[in-house]
Design a protein around this ligand. Structure first.
Ligand code: ADP
Ligand code: MG
Length: 243
């Protein structure tokens, strides 16, 4: 579903991604972990071309992200993205948040978009809040709306960038529950997260990044957590702090 080959990116002289390569199969859930500033956000944003890169290739379901001829709005409409700070439209109701891109980007009718959006809103347990505005919802509820909004576009892949990092602790669980459900239904997911419980429970692989945007480890989840001493020193330090 996603193939990344030797992707490198620089900001001036500073290399933010260094020769990153990985493959994510359909239905796989991959967690990206690593210290702050190691390029995790940049890496996942290259996949839907929110971050350009100077070297390497990325393929999403056969579409070449690196090809200047690729229709990027079309690609982005198929790759769902959920951010740390929700990024809902504050001046639109929950229902409007769920339908605007379906209508404008996918060309769905208002009724169709409505039906589709509300189906996902129900799925994240928030149908009763359909007429509210984002500011009237808790952080956890806003993030669930953001997930429903992404799902309303029928994405083939979902990218998550620290979706629970901005939430009060008591709201983390409700968002993770939605993500676990998605994973169990077979959605292809790439998740930047510090939630190692989630990683252990649903991911098949962990990618560990280090400063300079290097992928230090890309290994099966069981191996990653099960045998910390076999890992590289940087990963070992990280694992010893969290295990
Ligand atoms: P992470 O998500 O792992 O915390 P990021 O991908 O956000 O890391 O950032 C990786 C590095 O790139 C950081 O050192 C950050 O300061 C730097 N960086 C991010 N955006 C820019 C930018 N627009 N210009 C220059 N440096 C940037
Ligand atoms: Mg980040």
């Amino acid at each position: 579903m996603i193939e990344m080959k030797n992707v490198s990116k620089w900001y001036g002289d500073f290399q933010v991604l260094t020769d990153c390569s990985t493959r994510i199969e359909k239905g796989e859930v991959v967690v990206v972990a690593g210290p702050s500033g190691s390029g995790k956000s940049t890496l996942i944003k290259t996949i839907n071309a929110l971050e350009p890169f100077q070297k390497g290739e990325i393929w999403v379901d056969g579409t070449a992200v690196h090809d200047p001829k690729t229709n990027l709005p079309k690609l982005r409409s198929r790759v769902g993205m959920v951010f740390q700070h929700f990024e809902l439209f504050p001046h639109l109701s929950v229902t409007e948040n769920l339908t605007v891109a379906q209508i404008k980007v996918l060309g769905r009718s208002k009724d169709e978009a409505h039906a589709h959006g509300l189906k996902y809103l129900e799925r994240v347990g928030l149908l009763a809040h359909k007429d509210k505005f984002p500011g009237q919802l808790s952080g956890g509820q806003q993030q669930r709306v953001a997930i429903a909004r992404a799902l309303s576009m029928d994405p083939i892949v979902m990218l998550f960038d620290e979706p629970t990092s901005a939430l009060d602790p008591e709201m983390v669980g409700e968002v993770l529950d939605v993500m676990v459900g998605l994973a169990q239904e077979g959605m292809t997911m790439m998740c930047v997260t510090h939630e190692m419980g989630f990683a252990r429970k649903v991911s098949s692989r962990v990618i560990f990044m280090d400063v300079g945007g290097k992928i230090l480890e890309d290994c099966p989840t069981q191996e990653f957590f099960g045998n910390p001493d076999a890992r590289k020193d940087r990963t070992k330090d990280f694992l010893h702090k969290i295990l």
